[in-house]
Write a protein that binds this ligand. Structure first.
Ligand SMILES: [Zn+2]
Length: 583
């Protein structure tokens, strides 16, 4: 019998009212315990632990250049003081900043945070975007919906850990095995505490955001995103007051990204937001650590998921504005029945042969083996991969021609930069890396780049491998479209898959992909930080290095023995007792 979730949610809500911070871990534990047959996660919060502590500021949608502009402007005094004077090469008086760290692909929120907090490439962790299709389950997931309107998965991500359930690798919190707490970030599996503002208002904020992409935005509504960031800090501090300082605390600010998508002049306005809103919030958290007397035992990390590129907010550039147009129309013209752009199509809408998932500058196209469902009304066998010649190639050609000539779909003309495809792998086998379709054949990315150098698409080969080659590589589709984007293109030539916004991301351009990754510590030699960070980030510095960096920081200094645990009598032989000394 299926358990009815309503009663549990009610109990969770009642439980949450009894503590200052809404502690969803208790709720999910309750939920898990009542779901017979599911793997239970036994969850006993760990006792307060001695240092060192790692405090991670996770800034959503903050490119490297925007953060550095804010820090060097003099208007973000807390972050500037945290780093200290710049000494060149990414070194600061109290910090080390990786200067060339990149995001994964797509440079998009949900995929990037799952990569950051697992350290695993997307084709291995199973979370490839803001939305995606799992062909074996014939099911669409949309934790942050882009091509569909329903908010059900967004709600389920925040209140029930929906995305974590499809996650295939361990999180930082599971790997590190220390007392951890997460504020707002959807990746919280294995943490002791997860603090949020009221989940209902969080979902309302996202709904408003999606509904208003095309509308005019009043200042008052934009203020909501500021309040999302601001309101999260008292919740996480209340949780610390109640349960002690965790060894890992994640402080996630999603409002920056939502704000920037809607800001009329996105990049300067984002910098101003970092100065006006974010810096004082960082100050509040650091002041709390100072008041606990542990700031000098705390490594402070700043990381972001992706940057932002300004785009034109009109239906011509928003290729997902009318989902029945653009790629779906091309695929239809190539003889495929497209999936309806809804979270759950009706019983009589299951005969689709192609599905789509949008990630801003990137779109995934999933294709069925059409021989399993030739007639309308027949459900395709999605467990089987498509056939290369009969299914993949016709669609790749149709998209290529529409982009080049505007036929059969005029809207697609000159909108795409690259079309990726690959020979499908048998079900259950790890997928191969995407290749580039040059109009005739598939060319390995490295080979294509020798003939057509693209320094504006950074580390394209390696990052496409992370996305597409692995046990869950088929979650990024059978064909992948990359729009023309990047600051090197005039704004009138930048395109994106979603409704209209002022700013988007998702591409391999430096502006979308170059992210901050900074480690700071009060009164601590920054050369030591550099050595540790460089070692973990080699050979290709990226956000995948966060997990190994944090684990190395925790291990770099054996925890001090708490005063109460020290022996009263000195040991008879000092040599017989290994001392736990800070290095
Ligand atoms: Zn984001």
């Amino acid at each position: 019998m299926r358990h009815h979730p309503g009663s549990i949610l009610l109990r969770c809500a009642l439980l949450s009212m009894s503590v200052a911070a809404l502690t969803l871990v208790s709720c999910s534990t309750l939920k898990l315990l009542t779901h017979g047959g599911e793997r239970q996660i036994k969850h006993e919060p760990r006792l307060p632990a001695p240092g060192p502590y790692v405090l991670i500021f996770a800034f959503d949608g903050v490119g490297y250049d925007q953060l550095m502009a804010a820090i060097s402007s003099g208007k973000a005094p807390t972050m500037a003081a945290m780093l200290g004077k710049p000494e060149g090469g990414g070194l600061y008086e109290h910090a080390y900043s990786l200067q060339n760290a990149v995001s994964i692909l797509p440079s998009t929120t949900i995929a990037a945070w799952y990569a950051i907090f697992t350290g695993a490439p997307t084709a291995w962790n199973g979370v490839p975007g803001n939305e995606w299709f799992v062909r074996e389950e014939m099911k669409f997931y949309a934790p942050v919906p882009v091509s569909v309107a329903e908010m059900d998965d967004n709600r389920a991500m925040i209140t029930e850990g929906l995305v974590s359930k499809s996650l295939k690798t361990m999180t930082l919190f599971q790997q590190a095995g220390v007392k951890s707490s997460v504020s707002l970030n959807p990746v919280y599996r294995g943490a002791d505490y997860f603090t949020v503002i009221d989940p209902v208002s969080m979902v309302t904020l996202y709904t408003e955001f999606l509904a208003r992409g095309g509308g005019e935005n009043s200042t008052e509504k934009i203020d909501m995103y500021e309040n999302l960031d601001k309101d999260s800090v008292p919740k996480l501090l209340a949780s610390i007051n109640e349960h002690g300082v965790p060894n890992i605390q994640v402080v996630y600010f999603p409002g920056i990204d939502l704000y920037t998508h809607l800001a009329a002049d996105p990049l300067p306005m984002e910098v101003a937001y970092l100065e006006r809103v974010t810096d004082p919030l960082v100050a509040q958290v650091l002041a709390a650590y100072q008041s606990y007397g542990i700031l000098d035992q705390t490594f402070v990390v700043i990381v972001a998921d992706h940057g932002h590129t300004p785009v034109l907010r009109d239906p011509q550039h928003a290729l997902g504005d009318d989902t029945n147009e653009a790629p779906a129309e091309v695929v239809k013209a190539a003889g495929f029945r497209p999936r309806k752009f809804v979270l759950n199509p009706g019983k009589d809408e299951q005969d689709y042969q192609a599905a789509f998932a949008y990630q801003g500058a990137i779109a995934y196209v999933y294709l069925a083996d059409r021989s399993t469902c030739p007639q309308a009304g027949m459900t395709c066998d999605w467990k089987r991969p498509p056939r290369y010649r009969q299914d993949v190639l016709p669609v790749a050609r149709a998209l290529y021609n529409s982009n080049r000539t505007g036929k059969p779909v005029a809207k697609m003309k000159d909108t795409l930069d690259l079309i990726f495809a690959r020979v499908p792998t048998p079900a259950g086998k790890p997928t191969k890396e995407y290749q580039i379709f040059d109009g005739h054949r598939l060319v390995p990315i490295w080979e294509y780049l020798i003939l057509h150098p693209r320094p504006d698409l950074i580390d394209l080969d390696k990052r496409m491998e992370w996305l597409s080659a692995g046990p869950y590589g088929n979650r990024s589709g059978d064909i992948l479209l990359l729009t023309r984007s990047g600051l090197n293109n005039p704004i009138k030539n930048r395109y994106y898959f979603s409704g209209p916004y002022h700013s988007w991301h998702g591409s391999a351009s430096p502006q979308d992909s170059h992210i901050p990754l900074i480690v700071a510590r009060k009164d601590y030699p920054s050369a030591k930080l550099k050595a540790l960070v460089d070692k973990e980030a080699a050979p290709l510095p990226s956000q995948l290095a966060l997990v190994p960096i944090v684990r190395a920081l925790l291990a770099s200094e054996p925890p001090q023995v708490p005063a109460a645990a020290l022996p009263v009598q000195p040991p008879a032989s000092a040599a017989a007792t290994p001392a736990a000394k800070p290095q």
